[in-house]
Write a protein that binds this ligand. Structure first.
Ligand SMILES: Cc1cc2nc3c(=O)[nH]c(=O)nc-3n(C[C@H](O)[C@H](O)[C@H](O)COP(=O)(O)OP(=O)(O)OC[C@H]3O[C@@H](n4cnc5c(N)ncnc54)[C@H](O)[C@@H]3O)c2cc1C
Length: 399
């Protein structure tokens, strides 16, 4: 089949790898002028690790991983409240035993598809007209073309979803808050540790290791009803982030100052995408475009990989005439994974991100206690059960 994938992120590239492996003729169209680097550490655990393994991705991912030591919860003076080492939960705790920078994962996938898939950077679908047998596509640049299948992997603000299903507002549900990632000079030697400070006003600040020496990655998650800046107004977004880092404690002044020079800045509302269906005719949604669960869930990359695996295999096990059936089976088999992925982890409720200083003191006492048995066992159970949905069994692996 002649397949067009829009979006060269993790979902699009993983699908391209699996579909090309299944013998399809794959083209990716990516809006950015080049591969989009950047992003924080993302983890592979449970089902997503198995999907990556079955697609032949695990070894190259392991080779590019950034080894981690764990999560350290600190107070406003940088004093350690609790340390959850990677080994404490059999590698499945807040920091997993397989973590890779999002940009490095994108590069791994891109290198695997190079030469097997045509990648067109700096272009996008302008319009599409699906019928029973294929999809006529008009691009912003270049001639129109016909494809047998269009896979929309163009992210949370998917253009294809808007063109086929209608306005984003109909499908995007706000979780009440914002998140921002940016790179910063390492404010203290991290030595493989991620540092988490929970601040009053329902804010979490996380500093995580980067591969580049002397650099690190900061994340601000801020719950509440914010007046959201325009999606393209980076200056206003950075002002909002600065106002969330204005306490003058811990490393916050350094993080705030780093916003002036950061080379990568990501900002968005915390939202989830809920679609009535994942395909219409021969257009199918994959990854954040179809089922963004928000960075809060930590499941975006996992669902992108699982989705790519299930999609490629459902297509691979049927004749081309049955594409629509394959897309329905993809949706059916993915549904339990999406449902599990939407569950937010312990740490996103109002107890874990209190409004008041008193709430923070109670939370700190809880964090200290959690790092000891028997509370540790409860934390472990809550963490691990989220990644247990089994992958469908396929006779053939489409790689
Ligand atoms: C730069 C960046 C950094 C990120 N950092 C993090 C992070 O640190 N932590 C985290 O949890 N999640 C992060 N995410 C989101 C995370 O990558 C996704 O939740 C997850 O990997 C699923 O990926 P996806 O491929 O579905 O979507 P995305 O990763 O959003 O990829 C979508 C791709 O589609 C492209 N695109 C958009 N519009 C069009 C269009 N009209 N035509 C063609 N292409 C288009 C985008 O440029 C992008 O390359 C980041 C996303 C990006 C783009």
């Amino acid at each position: 089949m002649k397949v067009l994938i829009t979006g060269g992120g993790i979902a699009g590239l993983a699908a391209a790898h699996a579909l090309a492996g299944g013998g399809h003729d794959v083209t990716i169209v990516e809006l950015a002028p080049d591969l989009r680097p950047g992003g924080q550490l993302v983890d592979l655990r449970g089902t997503s690790r198995e999907a990556a393994d079955r697609m032949g991705l695990l070894e190259p991912i392991r080779a590019a991983q950034l080894p981690q030591r764990g999560m350290r919860y600190v107070d406003d003076r940088g004093r350690t409240l609790a340390e959850l080492g990677v080994e404490m939960f059999g590698g499945q705790g807040p920091v997993a035993d397989l973590e890779i920078l999002r940009g490095d994962l994108t590069r791994v996938l891109f290198d695997l598809v190079a030469g097997r898939v045509e990648v067109r950077f700096g272009n996008s679908i302008a319009a599409l007209a699906p019928d029973d047998r294929g999809v006529d596509v008009t691009f912003e640049q270049g001639s129109p073309e016909r494809f047998d299948l269009v896979v929309a992997a163009d992210g949370l603000h998917s253009r294809v979803r808007r063109l086929v299903w209608g306005p984003e507002a109909d499908y995007v549900r706000a979780l009440g808050g914002i998140t921002s990632f940016f790179d910063v000079p390492e404010p203290e030697p991290l030595d493989g540790w991620s540092l988490m400070d929970i601040l009053p006003g329902r804010r979490m600040v996380l500093i995580r290791p980067d591969a580049a020496p002397g650099r690190s990655k900061a994340i601000l998650t801020w719950f509440g009803d914010h007046r959201l800046p325009d999606r393209h107004d980076v200056e206003a977004q950075q002002d909002l982030v600065r106002s969330g880092l204005a306490d003058g404690v811990w490393h916050l002044p350094a993080l705030s100052a780093a916003l002036d020079t950061t080379s990568e800045f990501y900002f968005d509302a915390l939202v989830q995408v809920h679609m009535p269906e994942l395909s219409r005719g021969r257009v199918v949604l994959l990854g954040d475009a179809g089922y963004c669960t928000s960075p809060l869930s930590g499941q975006g990359t996992a669902l992108a990989l699982i989705g790519a695996y299930v999609l490629a295999n459902e297509l691979g096990r049927r004749p081309e005439a049955d594409v629509v059936d394959a897309l329905r089976a993809y949706e059916r088999n993915l549904a339990p994974h999406i449902e599990a992925g939407r569950e937010l982890p312990p740490g996103s409720g109002s107890f874990a991100t209190p409004k008041s200083r008193l709430g923070i003191r109670v939370l700190h006492a809880y964090i200290r206690a959690s790092a000891r048995k028997p509370l540790l066992t409860l934390v472990e159970k809550a963490m691990s059960s989220r990644h247990d949905v089994p992958l469908p069994a396929y006779d053939t692996v489409a790689v």
